[in-house]
Every structure is written in C-alpha cells, then in structure tokens.
Unconditional design. Structure first.
Lengths: 170, 305
C-alpha cells in the first residue's frame, strides 16, 4: 500500500500522469475561465501541487485529485478577483457570454468538432490536421505528400464542408 | 447566376478562405449568408480547438522548473550544509554525465533478441535481432529522428515529421506503421499504414499501404505489393521474397548464433520462403533444402556445398 502511495513521487510516473491528464485538465479549466492563459497557469499550479503532495495521493485516484485541485484553485482565483473588484468598485469585464448555456453549447461544439475530425476521410483529415494543428502551409503539405496544391486545397475544402454539415450552427 | 458560375470555377474556396486568400465578405459570393455565418462559427471553434490541442511540452518544462525552484527553497532552510554538499556532488556528476552523454540513447539487440520500445512521443518500435537504434533526447522535441542499423518495425504516433535515418537512405513519415530493414547494402522498406517517403541520394519514393520498396547493393530498385498486416518476424518467422541467399544467411546468423562458410556456393541465388526462429534444424532445412544445398556442421561453422 505504501509503495502505491509513493508511486507518483517517481519523476517518470509524474511525467506520465502529466501527459495523460494535462490536456483534459486545461480544457476543463478553459471552460471555467474562458481564458487560455489563465487555464494554462492553473493547470501548471495544479501539477506543482500534485508533486508536493505526491506521497499522499494514490495513483488510482490521481485524476479526480487533479480535477478537484484545479477546480479549487479556480474558485480561489474567482474569490480573489471578486474581493479585488469590490474594493475597486469595478464591474465585471466579461458580462455577456458567460451564461452556463453558452458554455455548454461551446463545449458541445468542441466535442462535435473533435468527433467530426476523427470521422473525416483519411486523406482529408491528414491535410486538415497538417494545416490546422501543425500549421503547415498548403504548399508545404503538397510537397510533403507529393500531391498538387490544388488537391491539397480540395481536400481542405471538403474537410471544412463536411465539418460544417455535421456540426451545423452553434 | 454569378454564384453558379463561381461554383464551377472554384471548388476549393473554403480552403482559400481559411488561409486568408479569400476574405469573409468574398465568401458570401460562394455561399448563402446563413452558411457563411456557420463557417465563421466553425472557424471560431477551430481556433479554440487548436489552442487546446497544442503540444504541452513547454508547459511540462515550466512545471518542472517551478517544482525545482520550490524544492530548493524548501530544502535550504532545513539542512543547508548537507544540501549544499549533496548539490555540489550532484552538479559535478551532472556535469560529467552531460559531458559524456549528449542526450543520446542507444538501444542494442543481441542475436535472437527482440525489443519493444516506446519513444518519447508514444510511438512504438519493435527492434529485430542484432540491430541498433539510437535517438537524441535533447533534440527530440524539435526533430523526431532515429538512427537505425538493422531491422525494426515502427508504429508512429501522428505529429510532426518522423525520420528514420539509415546508411542506405532516409524514411520520412507523419504517423503510420512501417518496417525498415537496413543491413549492410540491403535496404527494404514496407509500408503497412499511412504514407511513407523513402529518400536516398538519388531519388525519392512514396509508399502507400501494402507497398514495399527494396534496393540491393546500390542498384535494382524494386517495388512490389504485399498482403500481410504486420511483419512476420514479429511473430517469430523471417520471410523473404526473391532475396539473394547472402542476406538470408546474414539473417540466419542474427537469429541463431551461427557462422556460415558459403565460399563453395553461389550466394547470389535468389531465395523465396521463410524460416522460424525457434528450431535451428527446421530453420536450416527450410532454407537450404529447397535450394538443394547441403550443410554440415564443422567446428561451429556450417559449411555449405
């Protein structure tokens, strides 16, 4: 049992945990904060906290630990912000699109995007991911895959079209 | 009518709009206003999606740095002298270590041994007997690059270009499954999934799934199709298709600790067939019987005639 408790203190295990959950945690925090940089900061804080408590957290429960800590850090930040605002008598800077419905919709929207990308035909998906995630230009993709730029553009076009049809409106 | 004709002329306008060649207003010439709005929303969502999908290597380094500074601050208060001496020793060792080792990781397999390795990005490599695979941990983030002598099967995770560098040429892929065999002047690449680019000094080849490429002794580039979904050697059997006997013997030497004397035979004869990795008698018989070659064991050397 004690062996299991110290498992996370092994840098290799810690790194593996980071690679497994960091993206999900950041995504979760993004939906809460609506700010990519803040989400990134809290995500890093969460993992630093995990490391300093590594001997007290069991490997099996690390996922829920991460999300709980992340959520608490987010709530603390909100509290601090609220306190600061009340002192400065300021109004909230982001009044509109924070309604829970909007967040839900956007979350669903992103999930739909993810699913649709996974279901794109192999050729279209390859071009789409090279362009959007790897930030390669159409010309570079054409060279890489040994096809014409025209073909690359057509595949990209088809990918976008398929996505729009599957996803519809927000 | 204008919309109609534009449709026929340009069937990639969405790609051009995504890359900024066509403006948002111009997009309205191609699609209805409602569709245009849907595309704007899609682009918006994609931006967030892209930001969330970015690799987190830098974040991990940041976390590590923060942990390190935090720990050193904590330790100093409690055991200052002890920590200082430990740190000094650690620094000396680390210095020596990094001087001797430039972040290179080398994986060897001995005769009849196979190793399964997971690389830093999660890609898998199965290394066949008597082969060597090396990669540099420090430059891995910038370049996914491995050096190979011998034979290995790769399952590459999607991502930036993944290169396998051999003496006989370089293989570039994005995310696929393929097998590379580079032994002396024998060079064979089989593509099982995705798309593989093979380049040597003279030429470039693109392989699609089920296609293989081979070059022996610097000439006779050949390409052919095959049917299996993973290399047979992973399941303990080496297969050959019209391969000069010389390389088959080399392969036998790698699986069984054997030496061959092939001075009395023509080792350029071509062999098609396979041998198993478990039973030496059966293996020898399955290679040399069909070729009508006799073999005798003499002082640990197998003489062929």
């Amino acid at each position: 049992m004690s062996q299991d408790k110290n498992k996370i203190c092994d840098p290799k295990v810690f790194e593996e945990i980071f690679r497994t959950y960091a993206k999900d945690l950041k995504r979760f925090l993004y939906f809460k904060t609506r700010d990519m940089d803040v989400a990134e900061d809290i995500m890093q804080d969460t993992f630093v906290t995990l490391w300093s408590n590594c001997s007290n957290v069991s490997y099996e429960k690390v996922k829920s630990y991460l999300f709980t800590v992340g959520n608490n850090l987010f709530l603390n930040m909100k509290k601090r912000e609220k306190l600061m605002r009340s002192h400065q008598n300021e109004v909230s800077s982001r009044p509109t699109n924070e309604s829970p419905e909007f967040i839900m919709l956007e979350k669903e929207f992103l999930e739909k995007i993810e699913r649709t990308i996974a279901n794109l035909p192999e050729n279209d998906r390859e071009v789409f991911l090279l362009n959007r995630i790897e930030k390669k230009k159409y010309r570079e993709i054409a060279e890489k895959l040994d096809i014409s730029i025209k073909t690359v553009e057509k595949r990209m076009h088809n990918a976008l079209k398929t996505m729009k049809e599957h996803i519809g409106k927000v | 009518m204008k919309k109609e004709s534009l449709h026929i002329e340009n069937d990639a306008y969405l790609a051009q709009w995504m890359s900024g060649e066509i403006s948002d207003t111009e997009l309205n010439n191609f699609v209805s206003e409602e569709d245009a709005r849907a595309y704007f929303d899609l682009r918006e969502g994609l931006h967030i999606f892209e930001a969330l999908e970015q690799p987190l290597e830098r974040s991990f380094t940041a976390v590590q740095n923060r942990i390190r500074t935090k720990e050193s601050a904590k330790v100093r208060k409690l055991y200052l002298r002890w920590a200082a001496s430990v740190a000094a020793v650690a620094i000396v060792f680390f210095g020596l270590f990094s001087m001797l080792n430039q972040g290179n990781t080398v994986i060897h397999t001995s005769i009849a041994e196979q190793k399964i390795i997971t690389l830093l990005d999660g890609s898998e490599v199965i290394v066949n007997a008597k082969s060597e695979l090396s990669f540099n941990k420090k430059t891995w983030e910038a370049r996914r690059e491995v050096h190979l002598t011998g034979e290995a099967y790769f399952k590459v995770k999607k991502g930036s270009t993944f290169s396998v560098i051999t003496e006989n040429g370089t293989i570039d892929v994005l995310g696929t499954q393929f097998n590379v065999n580079s032994n002396q002047d024998y060079f064979e690449v089989n593509c099982y999934e995705g798309r593989v680019e093979v380049s040597n000094l003279e030429k470039n080849y693109i392989l699609n799934p089920g296609k293989a490429f081979r070059r022996i002794n610097g000439n006779d580039q050949e390409q052919w199709n095959f049917g299996n979904t993973t290399p047979s050697w992973i399941a303990g059997e080496s297969s050959f298709k019209s391969v000069p006997l010389k390389y088959v013997i080399l392969s036998l030497e790698k699986q069984y600790n054997l030496k061959f004397d092939s001075t009395k035979i023509d080792d350029n004869l071509v062999f098609t067939g396979s041998f198993g990795h478990n039973d030496i008698e059966v293996a020898l018989a399955s290679v040399f019987r069909p070729m009508q070659i006799h073999y005798n064991i003499r002082d640990d050397v197998i003489v062929l005639n």
